[in-house]
Design a protein around this ligand. Structure first.
Ligand SMILES: *Cc1c(COP(=O)(O)O)cnc(C)c1O
Length: 334
């Protein structure tokens, strides 16, 4: 192990920075947090809400972000859409036009419903409201497709390590715009551990505010090397191909995609259990026979849906193998 105030650490941090900036498509800093995504999700609200935060909610994670904003002592409002239905950019425009809000939270890829929200369209609306901080969770989509931070005018974009990066859990990455850093200085109650200004100050010395999970940085270095070796465009194409294979299988087997047409996620597929099979039993057979895992539906969607991940290191080959095994287990359900 190396010390987190050592030259070796600074070299490691500095080595990762340009590679992370390339993945975030930003000229600005990318910070490393020793926390899961929720640490940074809470931090973003605490660092960037002076007046009131509008939380777009159309799934389990985005519903909860509103609650986290309230628990952080912020004035917050939820803009709700039914699960499986995308955020309507026009509804966002109408809400922000009231002038009540100075921050907006959006979950790009709602992992609970397998839905990808229309980020470019929302970003276009956000350009009309430069005083409103644009906070985006890309936890389960980061590195699965191009999400250009600078070009979209995002203020905070965050991802944890254990989803599309396919690394162990326990760390998160986040980019913060210069505009957001300047605003954070004016927001009281930022605390210490997640104070964006502390991150920026330490970043200037290639360090983090407190002792980071250095082991994760080594893992990240290895993952970034793997991403570079594959080629980023190939990585994106692989995720698209994985998604197409799973979506076709879902339809061919007589199930349906849960999200509204055109908004299915690239990194995981949430299927409606239109055949009314015993999802729990199916998953149990899969697990015991093949030690493979799919999910039996998140929260209130348990049993009515199932979710298949095809992000991170999954390939068309591993995805096809999983689907064959799912078929074999499905045949036994009777
Ligand atoms: C998993 C997930 C989270 C929570 O991430 P943690 O790393 O557990 O804090 C937040 N948002 C989305 C979209 C997720 O998929």
């Amino acid at each position: 192990m190396i010390g987190h105030r050592s030259k070796s650490f600074q070299d490691l941090y500095a080595d990762l920075q340009p590679k992370l900036q390339a993945l975030f498509y930003t000229q600005g800093p990318v910070f490393f947090s020793t926390s899961s995504a929720w640490g940074v999700m809470e931090a973003a609200v605490r660092n960037l809400t002076n007046r009131k935060v509008l939380c777009c909610a159309n799934g389990a994670f985005s519903d909860k972000w509103y609650d986290v904003a309230l628990r952080s002592g912020k004035d917050a409002e939820r803009l709700t859409f039914p699960w499986g239905t995308p955020i309507d950019p026009e509804a966002v425009r109408q809400k922000l036009s009231t002038g009540e809000f100075d921050a907006l939270t959006v979950i790009h890829n709602e992992t609970s419903t397998g839905l990808m929200n229309p980020l470019s369209e929302i970003a276009a609306v956000m350009r009309e409201f430069p005083e409103v901080s644009f906070i985006v969770d890309t936890v389960s989509s980061f590195s699965a497709l191009r999400i250009p931070f600078d070009e979209l005018g995002i203020d905070v974009m965050l991802a944890s390590t254990q989803k599309a990066l396919a690394l162990p859990p326990g760390a998160a990455l986040f980019a913060v715009s210069a505009r957001a850093l300047a605003k954070a200085e004016t927001v009281p109650g930022r605390g210490y551990y997640f104070d964006f200004i502390e991150f920026q100050r330490n970043h200037e010395k290639n360090m983090t505010p407190s002792t980071p999970a250095i082991g994760h940085l080594y893992a990240l270095r290895q993952k970034l090397a793997e991403i570079a070796a594959e080629g980023i465009e190939k990585r994106y194409a692989r995720h698209r191909e994985n998604a197409e294979i799973v979506r076709s299988w879902v339809k061919e087997r007589g199930f349906a995609l849960f999200p509204k047409e055109g908004f299915a996620s690239l990194s995981l597929t949430c299927a409606s259990n239109t055949r009314k099979i015993d999802v729990a039993q199916w998953i149990q057979i899969l697990r015991s026979r093949f030690q493979c895992v799919i999910d039996g539906g998140y929260g209130k969607l348990k049993g009515q849906t199932f979710r298949i991940s095809h992000m991170g290191d999954e390939t068309p080959e591993t995805v096809r193998q999983l689907l064959e095994r799912l078929d074999e287990c499905l045949a036994e359900l009777g």
